[in-house]
Design a protein around this ligand. Structure first.
Ligand code: BDP
Length: 699
């Protein structure tokens, strides 16, 4: 009996306090401040609806109900009219000053909190914004908020396969259970839609860019339709990655040549079939002639031929073709940095108006720090969009705490000088610089079937940040972190500050112990986990580490100036100047652009070698400091989350030491310089460290 009682008690306390992370930033926990809770409750007790019935209205009301029940312990009464003398929340469709369909206003008129928009989509975003104010315990007595997104397509790209695996996914398996669809709708699909809508995301690409043609077979389209139906009320459009060779693979044609009439007819018919099922289908995402994927060049055609062929099929349905610029050829003496620009710049203006070119933030591949892709600011007549990677392929998978928004911000705020000073990447992708008709920002998703969605609990913030930056690319990483922490951790101000600071420093710390001074692409070959700066053989030369760091007795780094690959010429002269001079190039980018002698004195007063060593060691020490800081919030945040992060920080420290020792011992072979005091040479040998990949990495 006693045991049973204890068991019941412990289950009860577990259920009461443990937070498994499933609710993300939509926790809707009880508002702690009683005065505020009462004031909010008085207002939310009555909801006035001044609009026609609509599926989005249903989800809006459901959300308000959930929020009120969780935060305030009440269930709102919904009516068509409410006396002005009573407190309440008014939802209203009316013409507001900002004509964008997604715009909203939140005002206080007498005793009513009024959420107004031109459409129910705007109302949906306004409602979430209103709920988020309550979650943050803000005053709502005199609101005057106007907001609308600065970017049209705000999307997640999932690299999910139909067998349930996720390319570069570190949070479990795919959340889409294709084998259960279309019959069963997993509740997680709805939770996913709510979470995205709450941060303004309005599009999702369901499948991997390395696309199986199977996804657009009639069998699968029925499943895709079921998902599109679930997401529609949340205004999340569905897009698919397509395999360029589909006419051959699933269509039975002999070719996928984009100029072949039969191929063109096949795609038209496919587009018709899709739109018949899903009238608001977003469009196709295409990775063509990249890393072995098929494409128009297989037939001696160009990216323009390929993209326009698909665009023609999609045009009658107002569908888009999102064509990726992630292309590069394996030239051992070339510079992969230059590839995308060389390929696409000559095609500027040649694409149909429903094509957008999706460009990764940097010229190589989602490295820990990249200078901007030279394509931003170079394409004047064809819109380019931003592709960031949320999943931490090169950022320590799910064991390293890296808040990515500072990295995104760094690129977004870089001036391209496209039409003169003051044309940041943010300006370019918002369409300001060249008046793009389509604008888009995308995050390669970090979600999976893990109960907390993202594996590392703190990685939820990266998904959140993508939404907030796509809404307004000029939002700062600090604002976003503060908001996320307030929504996610219902705790005291001091603890929130501690967590925000941890977040804001986390990315630079990761850079320091993995890739200081602008090193890049020195991670494990193919799996991309841990340090392997010694990789000299791979299926392609530009998949090795040596290709990038070029360490030898004379120094280290990739010379991209006029004495080297000359790729810096792809930037506007002002931006080029920032990086070109080895003495003034910001140290963060030094090895991206220069091959420098080990004993060269830097602006820090240290030699290149000493600076590298110092950053590796300080990076590791910073992880120890992170542990100490995190310890301060023990008892202040939910216990399960606390322990989860605490444990991951232990792994992070172990792996940071691995990075440090492997890198220092390997590069020392070339520098032949000592690890100077106050630092001490690693106690492990190079051979020992080299083997660690087999210990730490699960093959
Ligand atoms: C690389 C990934 C690879 C992706 C590719 C892409 O290693 O798995 O398929 O990007 O973006 O970073 O297409």
């Amino acid at each position: 009996m006693r045991i049973l009682l204890l068991l019941t008690l412990s289950i009860f306390s577990f259920a009461t306090f443990a937070d498994d992370g499933y609710r993300l930033w939509l926790k809707y926990d009880k508002v702690k401040n009683e005065t505020k809770r009462k004031a909010y409750a008085a207002r939310l007790a009555n909801i006035e609806v001044k609009l026609e019935q609509d599926p989005t209205l249903v989800v809006i009301l459901e959300e308000l109900k959930m929020a009120s029940q969780g935060m305030l312990g009440i269930t709102p009464k919904v009516s068509k009219t409410l006396a002005a003398t009573l407190y309440g929340v008014t939802l209203e469709i009316s013409t507001i000053a900002d004509k964008k369909p997604e715009a909203y206003e939140i005002k206080t008129i007498n005793k009513h909190s009024v959420i107004q928009a031109n459409t129910t989509q705007g109302l949906l975003y306004g409602t979430f914004a209103f709920i988020q104010l309550l979650q943050q315990e803000e005053s709502i007595t005199s609101l005057d908020i106007k907001s609308s997104p600065k970017i049209q397509l705000r999307m997640l790209n999932h690299w999910d396969n139909n067998n349930g695996t996720i390319e570069r996914g570190y949070a479990g398996m795919s959340m889409w259970k294709w084998y259960e669809l279309p019959e069963r709708i997993d509740p997680r699909y709805i939770a996913y839609a709510r979470s995205n809508a709450s941060i303004g995301i309005n599009g999702t690409v369901l499948n991997n860019v390395n696309a199986s043609a199977r996804f657009i077979t009639s069998e699968y389209l029925g499943k895709v339709k079921a998902l599109a139906d679930v997401y529609r009320p949340y205004h999340i459009k569905v897009y698919m990655s397509v395999n360029f060779a589909s006419p051959k693979i699933i269509g039975g044609l002999k070719t996928a040549d984009p100029l072949d009439p039969e191929v063109r007819a096949w795609w038209k018919q496919k587009a018709d079939e899709i739109y018949e099922l899903i009238p608001d289908f977003g469009g196709f995402l295409v990775k063509a002639n990249s890393e072995g994927e098929p494409g128009p060049m297989d037939y001696g055609r160009t990216h323009v031929d390929g993209a326009n062929m698909l665009a023609e099929a999609m045009a009658p349905h107002h569908g888009l073709v999102i064509w990726r610029a992630f292309v590069y050829n394996a030239d051992p003496n070339g510079d992969r940095f230059a590839a995308a620009y060389n390929e696409f710049k000559p095609f500027d203006g040649k694409f149909m108006s429903n094509v957008i070119i999706q460009v990764k933030n940097g010229p190589i591949d989602f490295q820990v720090r990249e200078p901007i892709s030279p394509l931003f600011g170079a394409m004047q007549k064809t819109p380019v969009s931003m592709e960031f990677q949320l999943t931490q392929e090169y950022l320590g998978w799910a064991t390293h705490w890296v808040y990515e928004a500072p990295m995104f911000e760094e690129n977004l705020q870089t001036d391209t000088y496209a039409t003169g000073k003051g044309n940041t990447v943010a300006d370019v992708i918002m369409g300001k610089t060249f008046n793009y008709p389509i604008t888009s920002m995308v995050g390669v998703a970090n979600t999976g079937s893990d109960r907390n969605w993202t594996g590392h609990p703190m990685a939820q913030a990266n998904w959140f940040a993508l939404g907030k930056l796509a809404w307004n690319p000029n939002n700062t990483s600090k604002q976003i972190a503060e908001e996320w922490v307030k929504l996610t951790f219902n705790t005291d101000a001091e603890s929130q500050k501690t967590i925000v600071n941890l977040m804001l420093n986390s990315r630079e710390i990761y850079v320091n112990y993995t890739n200081p001074l602008g090193l890049h692409h020195v991670m494990g070959e193919s799996h991309h986990f841990g340090p392997e700066p010694w990789v000299s053989k791979a299926p392609r030369p530009d998949w090795t580490a040596l290709y990038y760091h070029k360490a030898d007795a004379s120094g280290i780094g990739f010379d991209r100036t006029n004495t080297g690959s000359k790729t810096l010429q792809q930037y506007q002269p002002e931006l080029r100047k920032l990086y070109e001079n080895v003495d003034t190039c910001p140290l963060e980018y030094l090895l991206w652009f220069h091959h420098v002698a080990w004993d060269k004195k830097l602006s820090s007063g240290r030699t290149v070698w000493d600076e590298m060593v110092s950053r590796y060691y300080e990076g590791v020490k910073s992880v120890e400091k992170m542990q100490a800081e995190w310890a301060k919030v023990k008892g202040k945040v939910d216990e399960e989350t606390f322990e989860n992060v605490e444990a991951r920080l232990k792994t992070q420290l172990k792996e940071a030491l691995w990075w440090r020792d492997a890198s220092v011992l390997y590069f020392q072979k070339f520098s032949q310089m000592p690890v100077a005091a106050p630092y001490q040479k690693p106690t492990r040998t190079f051979e020992e460290v080299k083997k660690l990949v087999d210990v730490y990495h699960v093959h």
